[in-house]
Design a protein around this ligand. Structure first.
Ligand code: TRP
Ligand code: SF4
Length: 423
């Protein structure tokens, strides 16, 4: 199993991913979330980092944001739809939404021309609007955001090559542009906390598990680019300054009992309140005071033909722009969790947990839990055979795409209602 931002190979063991990368299982958060999305309830979102920050901000009705990005190097498909649905859900739950169009990444890493990435990018923008993104979102092309590019440069001062090699496996052949993309993505993720966007706040980044290396780097950079760092101690927090001892003097104004030492200050009281106050002092001093971003991780979308989805194999995935009829045919040819013969399937039942058709139902096509349960038990108990099941799925896919594509067209006529930087 190999999972990096530019390479995913082998059978993915999600429990092992959680352990190896040091994520947390998302199931531990479910009880805390009001009206969780089907992707949360049905286990498509399997892991997270610091999602509690988002839950707390939601409960306290404090500002928070959701941000993610799309690399326009091929057409948007059901894998991208997951991220889009997650952004839209979080926006409806009260987060300020930021959507990056990763045209710099498509250009630098995939070698696409600016014209081509732009043409593809429009389909992503139309799609996410069609899926319900509200007008108060910020959509931007990386290449057209000075906030992001300036911040990327600033952050790049905090990373050296050895770290990039350890995180991404970069070597002597790696192009500088590809390294810079790591800084750009970190800036994508942190820029919602700039003063221009009302300063430090929890930000959740919904992504596929392959993006976790970017999250780890970004969370480190959030701390390194900020002045004050925090370490829990008994009864409070130990605060250090990364930019010199002088900054510690500014903590004199804190409304908490504070003891000053040579290299740090110990502050006693409620740690959330201390953190908040120290961050607001840092912002006044001109620091970033970034809060480490939170993230959620969803499973990779299985290719219709069983293996990996690949943009070079159109029959392996359904694009959101596929003609409904063509998409229906792809479903009919999909790899299922069925048995070799009908007789065997009636006797043993199918295996929905291994079935891409069932995955489509579960993550995209069936909203109602009891309907999904019915299909699952009919499949497992051999009452439903794959031929009939695929026909039902194909019909749902056709209807979904027809409606989605109408909404995309309509979305284009409403572009001016949105903030789209670089359009
Ligand atoms: N690298 C991501 C991908 O390949 C796209 C992306 C760019 C992104 N900027 C981002 C994802 C910021 C999350 C947050 O799909
Ligand atoms: Fe998949 Fe449906 Fe076949 Fe079950 S009956 S294995 S859910 S296609």
């Amino acid at each position: 199993m190999q999972v990096t931002p530019w390479d995913v190979e082998g059978v993915i063991d999600y429990d092992r991913l959680i352990e190896e990368f040091g994520m947390r299982p998302f199931s531990e958060m479910l009880g805390e979330i009001e009206n969780p999305h089907i992707l949360m309830r049905r286990g498509a979102i399997f892991g997270h980092r610091d999602y509690w920050r988002i839950v707390e901000a939601m409960k306290a009705k404090e500002p928070w944001a959701v941000m993610s990005g799309f690399m326009p190097s091929g057409l948007p498909h059901f894998g991208h739809k997951m991220t889009m649905d997650e952004i839209v859900w979080h926006q409806k739950a009260g987060g300020k939404a930021f959507v990056a169009i990763a045209d710099m990444e498509a250009h630098a890493v995939r070698g696409l021309s600016w014209e081509k990435t732009r043409e593809l990018a429009l389909e992503y923008i139309k799609s996410i609007i069609a899926l319900g993104l509200d007008t108060n979102a910020v959509i931007y092309f990386q290449s057209k955001s000075d906030h992001v590019k300036d911040l990327a440069f600033e952050l790049s001062a905090e990373v050296n090559f050895s770290e990039l090699r350890a995180i991404y496996g970069f070597d002597g052949e790696t192009k500088l542009a590809k390294m810079f993309i790591a800084a750009i993505q970190a800036a994508d993720i942190l820029h919602p906390q700039l003063p221009e966007f009302e300063g430090p706040k929890p930000v959740v980044v919904p992504v596929g598990a392959d993006q976790d290396p970017h999250m780890r780097l970004t969370r480190d950079l959030a701390a390194r680019a900020s002045i004050f760092s925090f370490e829990p101690i008994k009864g409070g927090l130990r605060i250090r300054s990364r930019k010199g001892r002088d900054y510690l003097d500014a903590l004199k104004d804190l409304n908490f009992e504070t003891r000053f030492y040579e290299e740090h200050a110990d502050v006693f009281g409620n740690i959330d309140e201390i953190e908040r106050e120290v961050r607001s002092i840092e912002v006044k001093l001109g620091g970033f005071a970034f809060i480490p971003p939170s993230s959620t991780y969803h499973r990779f979308t299985t290719g219709l033909t069983g293996g990996k989805m690949s943009s070079s194999k159109p029959e392996s995935y359904i694009s959101l722009l596929d003609k409904p009829e063509e998409a229906g045919k792809k479903v009919m040819k999909a790899f299922t969790g069925g048995r070799v013969t009908a007789e065997e399937q009636r006797r043993l039942g199918g295996e929905p947990e291994k079935c891409v058709v069932f995955e489509l139902y579960s993550y995209h096509l069936i909203e109602k839990d009891d309907e999904l349960k019915q299909i699952e038990s009919d499949c497992k108990e051999g009452r439903l055979l794959c031929g009939k099941c695929k026909k039902i799925a194909a019909e749902l896919v056709r209807n979904f795409l027809k409606e989605h594509q109408e909404k995309m067209e309509e979305a284009e006529s409403r572009f001016e209602d949105y903030i789209i930087i670089g359009l």
